[in-house]
Design a protein around this ligand. Sequence first.
Ligand code: SAH
Length: 240
Amino acid sequence: MKTNNMYYFPVFFLFLLFIFPFQDEEKYSKMRKNMVEHQLKTRDITDPKVLDAMSKVKRHLFVDDKLKNAAHNDHPLPIGEEQTISQPYIVALMTQLLDVKPDEKILEIGTGSGYQAAVLSELADSVFTIEIIEKLAKMAEKRLKNLGYHNVKVKYGDGYYGWKEHAPYDAIIITAAADNISPILVEQLKEGGRILLPLGGTNYWQTLTIAAKKDGKLTNIRRLSDVIFVPMTGEILKKK
Ligand code: SAH
C-alpha cells in the first residue's frame, strides 16, 4: 500500500510539540542539580532537607521568561520594580539558619518573587509572606497558587506591622535590609522563636543576624556573614 508522506509531517510536528515541555523540564532540573552540587554543597549548606528543597523548587519559574536560562546562576537577578531574587546560595543559607521544623508557622517579610517562601514551604507547615510593592505581591500570589504552594499566603502591605491575624510565629525571616527590628515583629514572634535578617546600614552591606526571643526580648544575638540586600522600605525608615 502506498502511504502519503504528507501525513507524516503534521504527526511529527505534533510529536515535537508534545515532547518539548518535557525536554525543557529536564534541562532546568539538570540546572538545579548543578546549582545544588556546585554552589551549595561545595560551600556550607549541609542540611539534607534544605538541599532537597532547593532541588525541588523550580527557580526558573520565579523569574521573567527572558531570564529563565540565568535563573540558576550564582548571583541575584532582577524581578522588576528595582527588586531582586536573592542568589541561590543566600536563600539556602538563610533557610538552613532558620532551621525550620515540619510543624512550624513562618512569617517572611519581603515576598519579592515568592521563591524564598516556596523553599520555606517545603519545610514548614505554613508560610505567611508580606510584600510592600503591590504588583510584586499580586504576581507572587498568582505564581505560588499556580504552582500549588497552598501552604503559602501572600499579603500586600508593610511588613513592619507583621501579620497579626496568624501570629504568633515560630520564626520570622526578613529578606530586605534594615538597621533596626520592628518591635511589632518581636511581639508577633513566639517565646523561644527566632528572627533572621540582614541587619545593618542599607547603603552598603549588612550582616546576617539571628536572634531568639526570651522573656519577650531578643537575646542570643549572633552576627553571621556579610551580605548585600535591597533595603526594607516603609515605616522602618522612620525609626532609628
Ligand atoms: N525573598 C524574595 C527576595 C526579596 S527582595 C525572593 O525570594 O524573591 C526584597 C523584597 O522586600 C522586595 O520585593 C521589596 O519590595 C520587599 N520589601 C521591602 N520593604 C518591605 C516592607 N517594609 N514590607 C514588605 N516587603 C518589603
